[in-house]
Design a protein around this ligand. Structure first.
Ligand code: NI
Length: 273
């Protein structure tokens, strides 16, 4: 069995190869940190996020199980009525291990076309493949056309994204609390915008408040060229998130997520803003 570290390393390699802007931001924040503390080696990742269909062959439980083998435990559930998504997050007993946020598209609320695509995705992987972590960076083995992608956009940005990109990490998240050179998330956002990065302004640049124990911001997904069966097209891929957590009244750091904030964060991959 691969080590948990090597699983996250593979997910990160796939994500940054595909989304060079995320690697650029990582390097820029690390450089800023090193100005005040030259010895800092790496940024801490708060969580990764994964997307899937609710098909029983590859739903949230199937992906969650891959992490449970490494000692992760399923925690809170989240419902997104408008986007017709269900999500859950997993935590490891080692607080340094990133949290894992997995969402699934509730296909019964969509057209038969969406269910056909979920079926095709499910048919692309064997049971054995679905029980190995390599699935988390397997990408899209099914053929996809830009025409269908555009049709899907009318129904669900999430469905269109999943159809075009398949299984790969949707975002990594810089854990702000471990940064020493920015006084707050606002200052980090300003730094990133000054470097030319575009941030998701849906619901304001910062989602959530200290009173909710979680503040988040994110970039807009970088655009990448994708090979479709009907040509090459540039579409939004993945984004990078920044999360600052606060202590609850009991003195423990809040480790969950806020559905109203996550709802806006999902829109970081939208074609339309
Ligand atoms: Ni996130």
């Amino acid at each position: 069995m691969k080590s948990l570290n090597s699983v996250f390393q593979s997910i990160w390699s796939d994500y940054t190869a595909f989304n060079p802007h995320a690697k650029t931001i990582y390097d820029q924040i690390l450089a800023h940190e090193r100005e005040s503390q030259p010895g800092v080696q790496a940024l801490v990742n708060d969580h990764i996020a994964l997307r899937t269909f609710d098909h029983p062959h590859l739903n949230i439980q199937v992906l969650g199980r891959l992490f449970e083998k490494y000692g992760y435990e399923a925690k809170s559930e989240y419902h997104f009525e408008d986007k017709k998504l269900y999500a859950r997050h997993w935590e490891h007993s080692d607080p340094k291990a990133p949290k894992v946020f997995i969402s699934e598209l509730l296909t019964r609320h969509f057209s038969p076309r969406v269910r056909e695509i979920a079926d095709a995705a499910a048919a692309s992987f064997t049971q054995a493949q679905m029980s190995e972590p390599d699935i988390l960076w397997a990408g899209r083995p099914w053929p996809a056309s830009h025409a269908v992608y555009q049709e899907l956009l009318k129904e669900s940005e999430y469905a269109a994204w999943l159809y075009a990109f398949g299984f790969r990490c949707n975002h990594f998240t810089v854990f702000f609390n471990e940064l020493k050179s920015f006084k707050d998330l606002h200052e980090l956002n300003e730094y990133l915008m000054a470097k030319g990065h575009k941030l998701n302004a849906s619901g304001g640049l910062i989602k959530g408040t200290p009173a909710e124990f979680l503040e988040q911001s994110s970039t807009l997904a970088g655009k990448v060229q994708i090979e479709f069966t009907d040509g090459r097209f540039e579409i939004p891929a993945c984004y990078y998130e920044f999360a600052r957590r606060y202590k609850k009244p009991n003195g423990e750091l809040f480790t969950g997520f806020i559905a109203t904030s996550a709802d806006k964060i999902f829109e970081s991959t939208n074609v339309r803003h």
